[in-house]
Design a protein around this ligand. Structure first.
Ligand code: CAA
Length: 379
């Protein structure tokens, strides 16, 4: 076992850290306040190769390993979790899904521009009545011979307006249950496809989360991913990897809050000395650092297994379950260490606390992660 990062991994970590500090930090408070998507910054992330990190270079990707992806996600999430969720969805749901299961034509047409960030992707599984219970899809994709007729509504879609390539899960044959579900690649601009209202959220307020409406949208058959009826398995398999991205996002939110609290505790004086010299604060810092390290190791383990082409479903779910709890606990303690200053916007930690909550909800709630983990344990 080797806990050392390679030179290449360290370089990726450093590049992500610099990018986050110079490009994302300025304006992050205002973007949160005004719910502004970091469009220019995401464009630069694409130019730097952060949007298709693990994609094969022959499809314009970075050809990097998943450990590098975890490192970059952590650094970017320390500063701006709204930018990092866009990065996570594009990398590990959309690019990975098309690269692993798409046809050569789909890779040429969609993966190449997605890997460079020229196009942004969205993953559309959730519906008003189907969140955790993902098999009960109400959106339909009626088989019309050479195309599908898509009808329905999707909810809570990350990159909902910014995206131009959407992976949409829909029911084709209800009698077949989850084996009658398909996933279709839908393009913005297809007739009958409308981007609905933007959600006004507690956290990740710079991320554009929308509902989407499909009315008699004609989607060519060649845009189906995998065989007829593969859509649900596709979604589950893709989410297994997506959870490594969200776990790393949670890790970054936690370590960002910890770093701010550590620095603040050395500056702020109370009772005649820096608060870092009080045991009450030292114990908080010790707990935070220990839990963050454990979360990081779970992320690395899941990433390692994925890179080794071993089963990583349980490890990814464990990483997300644990890291998202650490994100919540750590950000609450970071606010506490900052006292009154932690409760106002300028010190960043209140935003990180609000951002942390979503990591326990999207790409499978913590309760769903426990289902995934326990099913594996009881196999
Ligand atoms: N990996 C691969 N295949 C899986 C799987 C996994 N983790 N989990 C289930 N499957 C397969 C099963 O093998 C089964 O196939 P077969 O019958 O052919 O063997 C099929 O999928 C159906 O599985 P179940 O019978 O277990 O289905 P279920 O209804 O009991 O529930 C669930 C499964 C795990 C609860 C699932 O519904 C689930 O994961 N729900 C959460 C959905 C979710 O994560 N949504 C997030 C939305 S996306 C998002 O948030 C993106 C964003 O924008 C940030």
């Amino acid at each position: 076992m080797n806990f050392e990062l390679t030179e290449e991994q360290l370089a990726v970590q450093q590049a992500a850290r610099e990018f986050a500090q110079t490009e994302l930090l300025p304006g992050v408070i205002e973007r949160d306040e005004t719910q502004t998507f970091p469009l220019e910054q995401v464009k630069k992330m694409g130019e730097l190769g952060f949007l298709g990190m693990m994609v094969d270079p022959k499809y314009n990707g970075g050809g990097m390993d998943t450990i590098s992806y975890v490192l970059a996600m952590e650094e970017i999430s320390k500063i701006d979790a709204s930018a990092s969720v866009c990065m996570s969805v594009n990398n590990s749901l959309v690019c990975w899904g098309i690269e692993k299961y798409g046809t050569e034509e789909q890779k040429e047409k969609y993966l190449k521009p997605l890997a460079t960030g020229e196009k942004i992707g969205a993953f559309c599984l959730s519906e008003p009545e189907a969140g955790s219970d993902a098999t009960s899809q109400q959106t339909t994709a009626e088989d019309k011979g050479d195309h599908y007729l898509l009808n329905g509504t999707k909810n809570w879609i990350t990159n909902g307006n910014t995206a131009s390539v959407y992976l949409v899960v829909a029911q084709t044959d209800r009698e077949k249950g989850h084996r009658g579900i398909n996933c279709l690649i839908v393009e913005k601009g297809m007739e009958g496809f409308v981007v609905g209202k933007k959600e006004n959220k507690l956290g990740i307020r710079g991320s554009d989360t929308h509902s989407l409406m499909f009315t008699d949208v004609k989607v060519p058959k060649e845009n189906r991913i995998g065989d007829d009826g593969f859509g649900f398995k596709f979604a589950m398999s893709t989410l297994n990897g997506g959870r490594i991205g969200i776990a790393s996002q949670a890790l970054g939110i936690a370590s960002g809050a910890y770093e701010l609290a550590l620095a603040y505790s050395k500056e702020r004086k109370a009772f005649g000395k820096p608060i870092s010299q009080h045991q009450a604060i030292q114990f908080k810092l010790a707990d935070m650092a220990t839990e963050i390290e454990a979360a990081r190791l779970l992320c690395f383990k899941a990433a390692y297994l994925k890179d080794q082409k071993k089963d990583f479903g349980k490890a990814g779910a464990m990483a997300k379950l644990f890291a998202s709890k650490v994100a919540m606990d750590t950000t609450i303690e970071a606010v506490q260490i900052h006292g009154g200053y932690g409760y106002v916007k300028e010190y960043h930690v209140e935003r990180l606390m609000r951002d942390a909550k979503i990591t326990q909800i999207y790409e499978g709630t913590s309760e769903i992660q426990k289902i995934v983990i326990s099913r594996e344990l009881l196999k």
